[in-house]
Ligand binder design. Structure first.
Ligand SMILES: *Cc1c(COP(=O)(O)O)cnc(C)c1O
Length: 422
């Protein structure tokens, strides 16, 4: 057995890691004996920071004490509450504050962004997505096509893996773009593919789209808080994301929108509007003419749910303290360690479909276990190992750098090995 393939070694890695103590800031679910679950499912729902409760309690208390006056009198006044989230959220996604707003949920934001950035004409009207895009993204895109009178069968182009492969090649997207240069209006791509964990070169995708005069949108559900997408420098037009996965803000919590600075002051841009996107100085004059706020804030519709925003603030305060550079550094080590241990199980037993290059993936590894079916996942769950099963035969394993340990990773592989050898 290799020196590195021991529980002692895993514990040593934890002891030497600068971010290890953040684990204690999270509620880790436990079994009936009080042992921590091995929770490797932050790609689906992040764990709860212990601080979240007090952030939410603060708002409940201020509501109890101030009623409607809480909009101004609360410790964190509700009127501008979303602004308290902007700066850190912008840092997390690599954007300028004017380009970012926390609002609604992902799919809602995707629709709102497409209202503005999918502007089909009689000739330029097609949308490109990945063939295994997340279902909600596909439904949203298809319904936008239909809304404009275009049958998705003919107007939705799919960027597909080559035969016998799972990962996508940028050259194949380039070919789609070249072959349909006059007809494509929008590239709408998942920045980190939810199934394979592949992280695409966003700058390159933006270049491909812009070369042919198409807009470029990115779904960052699996990217935010995981990789460093550098949204501003990537030059994409818009991005949308949720915050309940790697951002640990709780089930169904609010999402985010990025709109590139170059669109920030376009008052005539087509959009669906609501009062929260209106000039703050005159919002309550109940004027007739809509006067859009500058930047991403101008896409807001409603006054937002403060309790959800409080949970996001609790999470963002942790991200702000840690910083994405250190987080990403640990993430690469943790996932590299997982990869190494899985390889030790034997290439014939486990196949990792996620890219090998750490710069082309986040923390998630998607693995295929030879001749496995869903019962493997059920056995893992029975052993309090929480991973995520995707048909037909993929287990997604996401060790997150904030609360997962090298010990978690070691134990996961040891349990997997036992189950396989049974
Ligand atoms: C998780 C996820 C969603 C979920 O959308 P909601 O509107 O938040 O329910 C959408 N797209 C992708 C790519 C996702 O990973």
């Amino acid at each position: 057995m290799k020196q590195t393939n021991t529980l002692e070694y895993a514990k040593k890695l934890d002891a030497n890691n600068a971010l290890s103590h953040y684990r204690s800031q999270f509620h880790i679910p436990k079994d009936s004996q009080g042992n921590d679950w091995i929770y490797l499912c932050g790609n689906s729902l992040g764990l709860q920071p212990k601080a979240t409760q007090s952030y939410i309690n603060q708002e409940l208390k201020d509501w109890a004490n101030f009623g409607v006056e809480g909009h101004f009198e609360a410790k964190n006044p509700w009127m501008p509450y979303h602004e308290f989230l902007t700066e850190t959220m912008a840092k997390v996604v690599g954007a300028k504050p004017v380009e970012v707003v926390v609002m609604n949920t992902l799919t809602t934001n995707l629709h709102l962004a497409m209202v503005s950035f999918y502007e089909p004409t009689a000739i330029k009207n097609k949308i490109v997505i990945e063939s295994d895009a997340f279902p909600s993204d596909r439904y949203a895109v298809e319904s936008q096509l239909r809304f404009h009178g275009f049958d998705p069968k003919d107007y939705l182009l799919e960027w597909k893996p080559r035969d016998g492969e799972e990962l996508l090649h940028i050259e194949d997207l380039q070919k789609i773009v070249n072959d349909n240069a006059d007809e494509i209006a929008l590239l709408m791509i998942g920045g980190v593919n939810y199934y394979t964990g592949q992280f695409f070169d966003l700058k390159k995708i933006a270049e491909l789209g812009h070369q042919i005069g198409a807009k470029v949108g990115i779904d960052l559900a699996h990217g935010v808080g995981n990789i460093q997408p550098e949204l501003h420098n990537s030059n994409i037009d818009f991005a949308v994301w949720c915050t309940y996965k790697y951002m640990n803000s709780g089930p169904g919590s609010l999402g985010g929108l990025f709109v590139n600075e170059r669109h920030a002051n376009k008052k005539d841009i087509k959009r669906f509007t609501g009062w929260w996107g209106h000039n703050k100085d005159t919002r309550f004059n109940m004027r007739h003419d809509f006067d859009a706020l500058q930047g991403a804030e101008g896409w807001q519709l409603s006054n937002p749910p403060i309790l959800s925003m409080a949970a996001i603030k609790a999470s963002l305060d942790i991200f702000n303290e840690v910083g994405m550079d250190s987080l990403r550094e640990k993430s690469k080590e943790l996932t590299g360690y997982l990869e190494m241990l899985l390889k030790d199980l034997g290439e014939g037993v486990i196949r990792i479909i996620t890219p090998k290059n750490p710069n082309e993936r986040g923390c998630q590894l998607s693995i295929q276990v030879k001749s496995a079916d869903k019962s493997l996942h059920q056995k893992l769950t029975a052993a309090n190992v929480i991973t995520d099963w995707r048909e037909p035969d993929v287990i997604r394993v996401a060790p997150t750098p904030l609360y997962n340990s090298f010990e978690d990773v070691y134990k996961f592989v040891a349990i997997l090995k036992n189950i396989i050898s049974e």
